[in-house]
Design a protein around this ligand. Structure first.
Ligand code: ZN
Length: 478
């Protein structure tokens, strides 16, 4: 069984063959930390979290690098007199980390900040200049705005445009720098000379004068520094293909690096079938959705569609995810209660079912994998109804291992917030006391009291289940 991935550059499904099967390497473009995360950021990071988990399941070791772009035009633009760019960048980075952690996105193996790899960026720029693929804007001819800028010479590199299959003639001018110092308006900035109105803390010494890196060179340098000149998978949102990834590919390969062997892009998020935009009031910030919804429900809702499809969020998206999570939780709790001690053993031995593995091997088919999961739950519930202990145990083990691989096991302690678990244990103590009082009343043949206690418990939305080892309670669904 091999993993197939849709390679955006080949525009085809390709068999995934890692350079080193003992260590799969993935680089994903992280956020530009200019403002807080919205659900599109969460969906992108989550797509690669699931890909990483699956490849870790298949291959064992995965080295996963996701950067933080902490220096960029937009970060500088959003800084204020009281909050310098570096403080803003760090505050936003923490917001991203908080939101990622809340929905169970595993921390990367490493998370480099662009400002910590400036010498590595300069080294690639120098190699490009030496190879004739980049040039410093001539001083004097470009006016002061262009002084100190270094551009990639797109006409020197015949492969430019190969990621998005565009010919140079069809491309728009690059909008990232004043065109006056450029040989061609489509040349893009590798290094930006310091401007008088920018803070001195946002400029570094370089052979071409004080300045800061262009956005694209950041990822070429960080991926090379941590994963080597050639690595397995480069990921990011579909909106990053051009110009960002096209430019990364051009400058890394023109500098002599093998660079990414597979390009994987996730689809974007729309809200009510429209692109998120502040003016349409349909902009969903991560902090808002995480305040209103259980983080596990948010994870499920954002993971349930195929990663390459555009995901449309509507009012019912989270309700459906909530119902799905409740089904998984109810089954696992019911099975654990009924099957008791045996469940620990089968959890340890469990393998993912073949149909589930086949779905994820096929370009990370999460929707198909979830269908297998829910079908197993249906079978498991039937087995419990029929008292078929063996079949129920098998279903329990399968559901536990599948939901674990996808990071959506509702019984995993990570989903228990401190508040919720304190509330749950307080409620458990109260209900157990009432159950004991009811048992005492029945033992004393005080049927009126026993019924009153039972009715009070039911009125609170709690179901009781009598079994040979005592009475258990659970919240009534819905
Ligand atoms: Zn990038």
């Amino acid at each position: 069984m091999t993993v197939q991935l849709y390679d955006t550059k080949a525009q085809a499904l390709r068999e995934f063959v890692p350079l080193d099967p003992g260590n799969v390497t993935i680089y994903v473009c992280g956020p530009t930390v200019q403002s807080g995360p919205h659900i599109g950021h969460l969906r992108g990071a989550l797509s690669f979290d699931i890909l990483r988990r699956w490849l870790a399941h298949r291959y064992g070791r995965v080295t996963f690098v996701r950067n933080v772009t902490d220096i960029d035009d937009k970060v500088l633009a959003n800084a204020t007199d009281t909050e310098p760019w570096w403080a803003l960048a760090y505050r936003m980075e923490l917001e991203f980390t908080r939101a990622y952690t809340a929905i169970g996105i595993l921390p990367p193996t490493y998370e480099p900040r662009a400002t910590a790899s400036i010498p590595q960026m300069q080294e690639i720029i120098q190699r490009l200049i030496d190879a004739g693929h980049a040039y410093a804007a001539p001083s004097g001819t470009g006016g002061t705005d262009a002084a100190g800028d270094v551009y990639f010479d797109v006409r020197s590199w015949p492969d430019y445009g190969s990621l998005t299959r565009q010919s140079l003639d069809a491309m728009e001018p690059a909008a990232d720098a004043d065109p006056r110092g450029k040989r061609d308006p489509r040349d893009f900035a590798l290094w930006k000379g310091a401007k008088p109105d920018e803070p001195s803390s946002a400029a570094w010494e370089s052979p071409w004068g004080r300045g800061r890196p262009g956005w694209h060179i950041e990822c070429s340098a960080m991926s090379r520094r941590y994963l080597g000149p050639e690595f397995d998978i480069h990921g990011g949102g579909l909106d990053l293909r051009f110009p960002h990834h096209e430019n990364e590919l051009a400058q890394s390969t023109a500098a002599g690096d093998g660079f990414a062997r597979y390009w994987v892009h996730n689809g974007l998020v729309t809200v009510g079938a429209q692109k998120m935009s502040k003016s349409l009031f349909n902009f969903i910030l991560a902090e808002d959705v995480l305040r209103e919804r259980d983080p596990l429900v948010v994870r499920y809702a954002l993971a349930a569609a195929h990663y390459r499809s555009n995901l449309d969020i509507t009012a019912s998206s989270f309700d459906e995810a909530e119902a799905a999570i409740a089904r998984i939780r109810t089954f696992l709790e019911r099975a654990a209660r009924t099957l008791r001690d045996d469940t620990d053993d089968v959890r340890l031995e469990a393998q993912v079912p073949e149909a589930f593995a086949a779905a994820l091997d096929d370009d990370l088919g999460v929707p198909q994998a979830l269908a297998v999961l829910h079908e197993t739950i249906r079978d498991g519930n039937s087995a419990l109804d029929d008292g078929d202990r063996e079949a129920a145990l098998r279903a329990f083990a399968d559901v536990a291992v599948m939901s674990g691989v996808l990071g959506i096991d509702p019984l995993d302690p990570q989903w228990r917030s401190a508040d919720a678990s304190a509330e749950a244990s307080a409620l458990d103590a109260l209900v157990r006391t009432m159950i004991a009082q009811r048992a005492d009343a029945r033992a004393a043949k005080d049927w009126a009291s026993a019924d009153r206690i039972r009715d009070a418990i039911a009125a609170a939305g709690i179901a009781l289940e009598d079994s040979p080892d005592g009475t258990h309670w659970s919240l009534i669904d819905g």
